[in-house]
Write a protein that binds this ligand. Structure first.
Ligand code: MUC
Ligand code: MG
Length: 371
């Protein structure tokens, strides 16, 4: 049985402004969830979003309020012994929507379950197929020269050798020229992708993607509005360069519909957008059955959400486009006793039980939002 559910907001400045078409981030807010069982086993989960309500339908504040008002009382009211699947069935039946909050709670419950079994979380999700995941870096300073210098530094440090560029906030030609300049500066061996974060109309997509394809760009992420899945389908059919669904992908149901419509070559699987780690694995299975390639996405989570995602992605049979699990590296503060291990362009998936990380609770106490 569960004894307590605590939800904590932690605001951490980013190492530099992170410029997307929907907002410019200077801070990331982590919603940390700590669930404790009657026997004293502790599980942690995390939810984040990008720029309050700029990116998605849930904000850090709504996640916290809904966990405290609905999820926590429900968990604490469970008196009969329920396993994880039965508990989550009850949550799904009682609470609509709220995918990010559900993901945070599910992560904490799975952390507990894996700790009770003394297994890494990946084994509870079906078993890991890899111990390391390739991790790209997003260049989003908004300045071409700064982005080139940042990319060169990352390559030299052996931290990242694949880059995603955030575009869509400037006039189209300005953005395209910026991307091509970076591609030229970094050379043929470095994979460059773009994320338009749904900023372009269909006509802009046609012009922009044609130029980006000709310029050697490898992947075009969510170029058009979330609802415009017909546009995404037409772009996927029209261009050879890979088209990826990100914001349009909101869990297994949408994965099924997008696959049915042939709306994307690649799915950006995100644990929060999917509504949980189990659902993210279901999205990956649908993609596999439909012949769609996979990419491990992020909502720029801190270390808890990032490593939870890594456990899920480590179970995917194929991860053709790698991952973007760099969230913690964008933050100026560390909330783990030992930071996540990034080396040789990869993130190491821990072997210890549960999430396999140790939380620095003193640090969280120091950083938590007080009012
Ligand atoms: C997004 O839309 O992909 C992920 C990486 C990044 O830089 O922004 C996020 C959101
Ligand atoms: Mg994206």
């Amino acid at each position: 049985m569960y004894k307590s559910v605590e939800t904590i907001l932690v605001d951490i400045p980013t190492i530099r402004p992170h410029k997307l078409s929907v907002t410019t981030m200077q801070t990331q807010t982590l919603v940390l969830v700590k669930v404790t069982t009657g026997n004293g086993v502790v599980g942690w989960g995390e939810a984040t979003t990008i720029g309050g309500l700029n990116y998605g339908e849930e904000s850090p504040e709504s996640v916290k309020a809904n966990i405290e008002t609905y999820f926590a009382p429900l968990l604490l009211s469970i008196k009969q012994p329920l396993n994880f699947a039965q508990t989550f069935k009850l949550i799904r039946k009682s609470i609509n929507g709220n995918r990010f909050a559900k993901c945070a709670i599910q992560t904490a419950l799975l952390d507990i379950q894996a700790k009770l079994l003394n297994l890494p979380l990946s084994e509870v999700l079906g078993g890991r197929l890899r111990d390391r995941l390739p991790v790209l870096w997003t260049l989003a300073s908004g300045d071409t020269d700064k982005d080139i210098a940042e990319a060169k530094k990352m390559i030299e440090l052996k931290r990242h050798n694949i880059f995603k560029l955030k575009i869509g906030s400037n006039p189209l030609q300005h953005d395209v020229d910026h991307v091509i300049a970076i591609k030229k500066a970094l050379g043929a061996d470095i994979s460059i992708r773009v994320d338009v974060n749904r900023a372009w109309s269909e006509l802009e997509c046609i012009s922009g993607i044609q130029q980006l394809q000709d310029g050697g760009i490898d992947l075009i992420e969510q170029p058009c509005a979330i609802e415009q899945t017909e546009v995404l389908t037409r772009l996927t059919q029209r261009f050879d360069v890979a088209i990826m669904a990100d914001e349009a992908l909101t869990g297994p149901d949408s994965a099924y519909r997008l696959a049915h419509q042939h709306a994307a070559d690649v799915f950006a699987v995100k644990v929060e957008q999917s509504g949980g780690l189990i659902e993210a694995c279901e999205v990956a299975k649908i993609a596999k059955l439909a012949g769609i390639d996979l990419y491990g996405g992020t909502m720029l989570e801190g270390p808890i959400g990032t490593i939870a995602s890594a456990h899920a992605f480590s179970t995917f049979e194929s991860l053709a486009f790698g991952t973007e699990l760099f969230g913690p590296l964008l933050l100026t503060e560390e909330i783990l006793k030992t930071p996540l291990q990034y080396e040789n362009f990869e993130l190491v998936v821990p072997q210890a039980a549960g999430l396999g990380i140790e939380i620095d609770e003193d640090k969280i106490e120091q950083l938590r939002r007080k009012a």
